[in-house]
Design a protein around this ligand. Structure first.
Ligand code: ZN
Ligand code: ZN
Length: 334
């Protein structure tokens, strides 16, 4: 099942699904305990940052935050979920390492994200924003998946990922890779290189991990609830500057759901807000990223004229007209 395929979810269909599978909130105790612990540790980490952490630890933690976010945005999201560009193996290895720092198994991330795009804001969407802010932000992690998420998610094709040796390796060794890169390595480096305490290092890294998690979750919650809809007012996803800043460029979410295969995930912002695009462009210059796909300016304008809410800011549109990127046809995936 290709992510470009569109489906029509009529009100009637949604109603039937809801009636067949009522929304139940069945708590998963181990998730509740895990999420509770990492949040307590993260709050303690904030306190330690303000009271006893070495300055090198703070800089190191910020760098870890940025590269982890890049692993999610440039890697799991734009490269592997949407195939918005292609990457040579060295770049793939960098990205999968960064993604492992987010404690994520790529194949699961992509399955959930492709399901999210295909069935946005319905009960088959893992973090269905129709169920409110808390559920779409983090509540969905506390409870058992809705039966439709399992049913529709299991039909999503991941064949392209399993054929990829870098992805297959991470899939096979994810429990070890994620624990090493997300917890062991970021905790050990400050202790070994500048004599940070174990207590500071562990809890401050936990703070970094939780911040990475929450900031990316903003894309699922805030960017599906509060903001404007310049490209398609008939879907829930919106443009939200705060989310863009927090996620290095993923808050142009109305654009993204309308043109999911655009590697910039936006037509706005240049590099000031969209550092993920800057990262991909840098590696395109190096030669490790190629076949960058972008929606045609004409297609974007046409779609915005037809379905947008009239808030498109064309004065700030990036000029890619002379670039050598591959223009893709407009394909909706809402
Ligand atoms: Zn996406
Ligand atoms: Zn979304």
């Amino acid at each position: 099942m290709d992510t470009t395929e569109t489906i029509t979810l009529t009100t009637e269909t949604k109603k039937d699904w809801t009636e067949v599978h009522p929304r139940k909130y069945i708590i998963v105790p181990q998730n509740f305990i895990k999420i509770g612990y990492i949040h307590l540790s993260a709050f303690y980490g904030i306190y330690l940052c303000l009271t006893s952490a070495k300055w090198q630890t703070l800089i190191f933690t910020y760098i870890c935050y940025v590269v982890t976010m890049i692993g999610v945005t440039a890697g799991a999201h734009r490269l592997w979920s949407h195939k918005a560009y292609k990457a040579k193996y060295p770049l793939q290895i960098i990205l999968i390492t960064f993604l492992s720092m987010a404690n994520q198994r790529l194949t699961h991330w992509v399955r959930d994200h492709r399901t999210h795009h295909k069935y946005s804001d319905t009960d088959a969407d893992p973090h269905n924003a129709s169920r409110g802010f808390f559920f779409s932000h983090i509540g969905w992690m506390f409870v058992k998946k809705h039966p439709l998420v399992k049913e529709k998610g299991s039909q999503i094709s991941l064949a392209d990922l399993y054929q990829n040796p870098v992805v297959s390796f991470q899939h096979k060794y994810a429990p070890y890779m994620t624990k090493f890169f997300c917890f062991v390595l970021p905790t050990t480096v400050p202790i070994y290189f500048w004599g940070e305490t174990l207590n500071n290092s562990w809890n401050i890294n936990m703070m970094r991990y939780v911040l990475n998690m929450h900031f990316f979750f903003l894309v699922n919650s805030i960017a599906h609830i509060w903001g404007n809809k310049p490209y398609n007012q008939f879907i829930k996803s919106v443009e939200n500057k705060f989310v863009t800043m927090a996620t290095l460029g993923e808050g142009f979410h109305n654009f993204h759901h309308t043109f999911p295969h655009d590697y910039k995930s936006s037509e706005l912002g240049h590099y000031t807000l969209n550092y993920t695009t800057a990262f991909i462009d840098f590696f395109a210059w190096v030669g490790w990223a190629y076949d960058l796909r972008t929606a045609s300016p004409e297609g974007i304008a046409r779609k915005a004229d037809r379905d947008g809410d009239g808030t498109r800011k064309i004065s700030n549109v990036d000029d890619y007209s002379n670039s050598n990127q591959t223009l893709i046809q407009h394909s909706e995936c809402s």
